[in-house]
Design a protein around this ligand. Sequence first.
Ligand code: ADP
Ligand code: ZN
Ligand code: ZN
Length: 806
Amino acid sequence: MIAEVYIDIPANPVNKPFDYRIPEGLEEVVEPGMRVTVPFGRTRRLGFVTKLKNESSFKQLKTIDSVEDHHPVLTQELLELGDWLARTTLCTRVAAFQAMLPAAMKADYKKLIEVEQPDQLQASDPELASFLSKVKNPMWSEVVKHHPKLSNRMKRAISQGLLSIHQLVQNQARAKKVIHVSAAVSREQLENACAQMTARAIRQKEVLQFFVQQSDLSSFQLPLADLVNQGFSRDAVNKLEEKGLLHDEQVDHYRDPFLKKVEKTYPLDLTSEQSEALTPILESIEHEEHRVFLCHGVTGSGKTEIYLQSIQHVIAQSKQAIVLVPEISLTPQMVLRFKGRFGEQVAVMHSGLSRGEKYDEWRKIREGKVQVVVGARSAIFAPFKHLGLIIIDEEHESSYKQEDIPRYHARDVAIHRAKTHQCPVVLGSATPSLESFARAGKHVYTLLSLKKRVNQRPLPSVEIVDLREEMREGNHSVFSKILLEKIRDRLEKKEQTVLFLNRRGYSTFVMCRSCGTVVTCPHCDISLTYHRAQHLLKCHYCGYEQKMPDTCPTCASDAMRFFGTGTQKVEAELNRLLPEARVIRMDVDTTRKKGSHEHLLRQFGEEQADILLGTQMIAKGLDFPKVTLVGVLAADSLLHLPDFRASEKTFQLITQVSGRAGRHALPGEVVIQSYTPDHYAVIDAAHHDYEAFYQQEMELRHRAGYPPFYYLALISMTHPEPAKVAEAAERVASILNNNLSQSSQVYGPVVPAISKINDRYRYQCMVKYKREPALLPVLHKILQHFQESGKNNLQISIDLNPVVLM
Ligand code: ADP
Ligand code: ZN
Ligand code: ZN
């Protein structure tokens, strides 16, 4: 028996399987979808078995070392999905497979030191010999870390053949086991044993008496740790087990990050709009028919209730559902809505969980212990076997696109899986992506519209403030007069305000007022951001930091000043203008610690603060009854990014933030401050007019030849030397020009908006196309060419349908 194995090799240009012989005794064990350890070159690597066969065209086959799984970790469907991902995002099979598994299942390669010639080592380096003889399984990295002096001596011993290094492949995924203790014999036998024990065995007697007292003795068991905590002796329990009176057993333990009891909720009576939207989804579930629905509903229109009731039908059919939510909306509030309805049947996957917790949630899915997973992007790979529904909430969110290899979009993966399982996909949003809305317009997707908020609550009234006007009138504060007045009013009425500022420390760059020098990162082509707490300048791309200079590095004047507005600066200004206001600031800096996100939101929910000031992370999902005012401090901060989606993102963000106001009994108000108050993205968002925005934006996209009228492919190259990367980019452009059809256009090579990151210079080429059968093959060839000649330090990456263009 022979297995085809895709091997985990970093930067693997060989995207093909290798044949390995399955050793005797394992023929019955190895299955496609399992991970194995195999010898490869002079090392050992982890690999994925994708196929079994009887013959190989190669003569001398190596043999599989060991099998890592007792059960395939990838189903047949996921193996095929991996092929598709590799093909459509131009990544390796292994990268695709790994993206589908929790991080804990990545192999950990450790180097084990082995003594080959103990006598000679003893003679030449007795100290090293005695050290190694004392350590069990000495790991190279451990020894080097704790005894750096030994590393050179070990290297010498290796070159002399006295020591050798073995690669050890460790599977990091460990199910947590807990020991449970139960009675091994009947109550009568326990009583007899207890009576016969001598007085000296008092500790054992105590344990026996405890068990004898249990009314449901035959089914009674409890964790050993609990017994010990109650004061019983661990030693006594062990002795009783040896005597065959008690029995212990390893029980799987799931680390549950949501241990709290959740109050159960029940289906609500739907509004007529809601039922109209739900009906076709249920039909599609019923008829096992693949359809894609786009549920376009204003904020607060009750989309989540539609999701919940659809899932309920899926569960009733003994099928499973995946719900994707953007990472930053995956708040406890959100999770509780699903746990409240479906309780223990829900697994949750997001980046806030520890590795172990993620692995446990994944196991619950694989073992069929849950029917629903709520998670961020990668939950789309949940190993359910009978998918009945996939929901993507906030489908327009750019975080559904992975920026790393494999560069997949969760929406594409969802549709692909749903086709395989013949089930519906529901895309939900108040501001659908232009791509999706256009597809709905062409009836590729089915549009479901929810135009009203539940219970007829009105959408908040929106006022646009012209910041240029404020400047002219001499107001240089970040708050317009109107906004400040309204915040004061809310303070008096004991109502709450949410203030939104795009981006952490948005452009709090430092500029010299006399010569115009902006302090930039020495490794990246981008200005440094001022962080007040540490009085440091930081690069948000590579992490470089330096002290805030006292004088200008160019002209030595002392006119260095801060420009732009960051959350920290706004907070300081709030404290100055409204010293009585209690402010909570939420940005990357205040939410670094695990749990701090929830903590701050809870404080705000309990009205321990009057104002919540934050970045993107407060734009979504918040639902607090006392919030009656929302302020957008600089609506156009996104508009000027060099990105064709800048207007779309601005519209989405303003709409989303406005949606936080007046969701309950009290009516809401929104103030949008802008330097470009006549921009259609700002005006249409203020009027809650998605369709007007859509029409205008589509016209511009059409004229400029951007998605959804054309597809894009972005090829990016980097190299430490600008000439080398320019040369490579020229080659790529000419290969593209020579191989693609007339209808496709090749742009570039160009230097992108950020021309250098981490001391590597950047170039890009872009392809715009409608239908281009030659594209994937050519891109494959380009990748392979540059990766194989990869020694020259050129890095190339290809992004199909890119979300980030900079
Ligand atoms: P969306 O996801 O569209 O922004 P939500 O699902 O959050 O809207 O609904 C807004 C609020 O309305 C929630 O508090 C929800 O519980 C409530 N709600 C939804 N549907 C109904 C209904 N049919 N009857 C009463 N309340 C509802
Ligand atoms: Zn940098
Ligand atoms: Zn200067």
